[in-house]
Ligand binder design. Structure first.
Ligand SMILES: [Zn+2]
Length: 431
């Protein structure tokens, strides 16, 4: 089973100055920064998924969804996606480069943002290895299996347009001589309609299906859908799970002949999850999760700035505590500060973060207590010292500090590496 990471231009400054929190002088992000696959060996994923809506502006869709500039889009089409993402070394030859339309970007629109001919041309010009037909997301999966006439007309329309697009997309891709492997997007309003859609795509000639709309579903519902799907489609038909947010559970999905899935969750959790920011394999064949140690840059933190404005504390005081917390943690890493003293320095700064947030004013003490326990576990167990990935080996204790994108994203890269290894060993055991 291949793990694809859904790219959102995730790269870091390889010579970032952690002590002074400064970028490399004269840095040019695209040229100087590095992707996880340039910094880490082995590569922490089996390929990348790039969404067309993240690259190309469609009419009527808000521009904020697009990550890439016009110049970058042109370079991507001119040089090819592999070279553009610097995934063109021989060791990456087997890495998948999968394109989809990024249907979330136009989910509220009546029709998909890109017509099949534009999508085929885009995938072919950029040199993708795999391309998903242009779909339209259906969110509600009703397990009671209502019929076509029982669901909203707009849902049926989304279902129909996804299949019509798929048929036209495949016809055009064949006319072009199949420059990439076409994948049929499966959408449906119920398990039954999903299975029916998969069957229709197979009949059109698709050999690889991409199942969408799973993001909001509970794990047991996904199990039931995949079970029914597998009973109906051919055993050799390959399955990809689009945007599989429940990456922690993927090892429980080995029975359905899933060829690939994509997820951003190991990286995103590094800075979006409340508690589980740093992954580490344990000796029971599972993953342990640690909370990162939040020492944000005082003068760039909105909560702290609010607290200063409201006169709860002074800017000087805050910056002193911020520096003390950083110093303590770095000294602790060198064995020159005790875990208790480190915890106190970190929590002394952390208190301000929580006090600055007036929304939670009624239970400050409770939040502080809970945080304290999690932070102490991270300090005591020093997970960053037990990881020998290229990120942790290079930046050491900085990886566990929740502070600026250069640390947070590196922690995300580390998570991708740990996750990928965990997946491979789990799958190896399942064989
Ligand atoms: Zn690591």
């Amino acid at each position: 089973m291949k793990f694809l990471y859904a790219d959102t231009q995730d790269y870091v400054d390889p010579t970032y100055d952690f002590i002074n929190d400064r970028h490399t002088p004269g840095r040019e992000p695209y040229w100087g920064d590095q992707y996880a696959h340039e910094l880490m060996e082995p590569t922490p994923y089996d390929g990348l998924l790039i969404s067309m809506s993240g690259v190309r502006q469609a009419s009527g869709i808000p521009a904020s969804k697009v990550h890439y500039s016009d110049a970058e889009q042109q370079r991507m089409l001119r040089d090819g996606i592999r070279k553009f993402l610097r995934l063109n070394k021989p060791k990456f030859a087997k890495h998948m480069l999968m394109g989809d339309c990024g249907a979330f970007a136009y989910v509220n629109h009546e029709k998909p943002a890109f017509p099949p001919e534009e999508v085929v041309e885009f995938y072919a010009d950029a040199g993708f290895t795999h391309g998903v037909s242009p779909d339209h997301i259906i969110f509600d999966c009703d397990e009671s299996n209502p019929t076509r006439s029982e669901v909203d007309a707009s849902i049926v329309q989304r279902y129909d347009v996804t299949l019509e697009n798929a048929e036209e997309f495949l016809r055009l891709a064949r006319l072009e001589g199949l420059p990439f492997e076409p994948m049929g997007a499966v959408q449906g309003w119920s398990p039954k309609s999903l299975v029916q859609a998969a069957k229709s795509l197979e009949e059109m000639g698709y050999k690889y299906l991409a199942i969408g709309g799973l993001v909001p579903l509970k794990v047991d519902v996904i199990h039931r859908i995949l079970k029914q799907l597998r009973e109906v489609i051919k055993p050799e038909t390959k399955i990809h799970l689009l945007g599989f947010a429940k990456a922690d559970h993927i090892q429980n999905f080995t029975d359905y002949g899933i060829t690939s899935f994509d997820s951003t969750s190991p990286l995103i959790k590094a800075f979006k999850d409340e508690k589980n920011n740093y992954f580490l394999a344990n000796d029971r064949g599972g993953l342990d999760y640690y909370t990162a140690i939040r020492i944000p840059q005082a003068m760039q933190n909105t909560r702290l700035m609010q607290g200063i404005k409201r006169g709860i504390f002074s800017a000087e005081d805050i910056q002193r505590k911020e520096q003390k917390a950083l110093d303590a943690l770095r000294l602790y890493d060198l064995g020159r500060c005790t875990s208790i003293a480190t915890l106190e320095a970190v929590m002394d700064y952390h208190r301000f973060l929580i006090l600055g947030d007036d929304k939670s004013s009624h239970n400050h003490e409770k939040i502080l207590d809970q945080t304290r326990g999690r932070v102490f576990r991270t300090i005591e167990e020093t997970p960053w010292k037990r990881c020998n990935c290229d990120i942790c080996k290079t930046v050491g204790v900085e990886v566990i500090i929740f502070r600026s994108s250069n640390r947070n994203r590196r922690r995300g890269f580390h998570n991708l590496g740990v996750y990928h290894k965990h997946l491979q060993s789990t799958l190896g055991r399942a064989k």
